[in-house]
Each structure stands twice: as structure tokens, then as C-alpha cells.
Design a protein around this ligand. Structure first.
Ligand SMILES: [Zn+2]
Length: 78
């Protein structure tokens, strides 16, 4: 059976999926564990902060992943 993937964060059954690799991810995390740890350390640190730029960084992350950029090449607002 073919299950279409929605890259906005959840599959049709409501399971959270990783926008980088479409594997299941944990609620409260942007990416699955392996993609999260593949991010460059500065990007990971920036994405962990919840300040007024948090949404901007999340958009940058999703945007770059959407263009096919690998997690290791992601850059976000520091
Ligand atoms: Zn992933």
C-alpha cells in the first residue's frame, strides 16, 4: 500500500515525520534523532533556542531541507 507523505510534519495517520528523511520523529523535535545530530553544531545550538527568531530558524531549516539540502549543510540565523 502506498502512503503519501506530507512534508509539513505529519503523515496521513497523524504520525510526526522528519522533514529531512521522512522517518518518524518525536513530538517537540524538528527532526528525527539522526538528522538532528547530523546538523552542524552551530545550527543545532541555534535551533535549540526558543527566542523571537525561533520561528525564522525553523522556516530556514524547512526551506533548505525542501530544496534538498542535507542536514549537514543547513545554516540558520545564529
Ligand atoms: Zn530524519
Amino acid at each position: 500500500m502506498d502512503t503519501p507523505h506530507c512534508h509539513d510534519g505529519a503523515d496521513p495517520s497523524g504520525n510526526l515525520i522528519c522533514p529531512a528523511c521522512a522517518q518518524p520523529r518525536t513530538a517537540g523535535h524538528y527532526l528525527c534523532r539522526s538528522c538532528w545530530f547530523a546538523l552542524p553544531a552551530p545550527a543545532r545550538a541555534a535551533l535549540s533556542r526558543r527566542d523571537r527568531h525561533a520561528l525564522t530558524r525553523l522556516r530556514q531549516l524547512i526551506d533548505q531541507l525542501g530544496k534538498g539540502q542535507p542536514p549537514a549543510a543547513i545554516e540558520v540565523t545564529p
